[in-house]
Design a protein around this ligand. Structure first.
Ligand code: 13P
Length: 245
């Protein structure tokens, strides 16, 4: 599973270039869950620009609210479905740190898993927490929102250490593998269904380091920010994942 998170980037002009670059490099694969989450307003334009019979790409949103109505600035599940989006990120560290999203907000949004939305829950520790060897404690706390839930195939976790996002720094691939194994264990023992979720890695993934992460047993794909903004780089990473480079 490979997901692009474009964050608050992009324009119609950028999309035009991106599609040309992506199509020129990407080698199609039927097996892969390949998703792109641009800004809401660009979803339809991107989907129209990318349309092609041999491309199976899912579109998604970077956030969704748990209900509709008097919630200025938010978008609801019905709106997400109207845009033909099939997934949403939830709990991205930028939503937690810039917009004050809490475990409680996130927990409410997780009900959307049962309403036909593919959910990617983002978790990760800060630099300070990492330096103080608090990583596992922090992740365990963030995973509390899953306690007793019945998790199905449409639920995925993205491990994104905050200090690795947009910095060019990453944990080693061995460290990532160990943390993913830990996350799978915690979720399996605390969820109602004993399900083992897919776990993606996110944080400064690029075409040079991606393969080393993909080689690890417990890495089920990647959530990519900066490197996904270039169609050529993103396609190269996806090709690496598919083993068709
Ligand atoms: P970068 O790939 O730019 O580090 O961003 C990662 C991320 O936050 C994806 O959600």
């Amino acid at each position: 599973m490979i997901i692009a998170n474009w964050k608050c980037n992009g324009s119609k002009k950028m999309i035009h270039e991106w599609v040309k670059e992506f199509k020129g490099t990407y080698i199609s694969s039927d097996e892969l869950y390949l998703g792109i989450a641009p800004a809401y307003i660009h979803v339809e334009y991107l989907a129209d620009s990318l349309t092609s019979n041999d491309l199976d790409i899912k579109y998604g949103v970077q956030n969704v609210d748990l209900s509709s109505g008097a919630r200025t600035g938010a978008i609801s599940l019905d709106m997400v479905h109207d845009m033909a989006c099939s997934f949403s990120l939830i709990g991205h560290s930028e939503m937690r740190n810039i917009y004050g999203e809490t475990n409680e907000n996130i927990s409410g949004k997780l009900d959307l898993i049962d309403k036909g939305l593919d959910v990617i829950l983002c978790i990760g520790e800060s630099a300070e927490e990492n330096h103080n060897s608090k990583t596992k404690e922090v992740l365990k706390n963030q995973l509390q929102v899953l306690k007793g839930r019945n998790l199905a195939e449409n639920f995925t976790i993205a491990y994104e250490p905050v200090w690795a996002i947009g910095t060019g720094q990453t944990p080693t691939s061995e460290q990532i593998n160990e943390i993913h194994n830990f996350i799978k264990d915690v979720v399996q023992s605390s969820s109602g269904s004993n399900a083992v979720p897919k776990v993606l890695y996110g944080g400064s993934v690029d075409e040079n380091n991606a393969q080393s992460f993909f080689n690890e047993d417990f890495v089920d794909g990647a959530l990519i920010g900066g490197a996904s903004l270039n169609g050529n780089s993103f396609a190269k990473i996806v090709n690496l994942y598919n083993g068709v480079d």
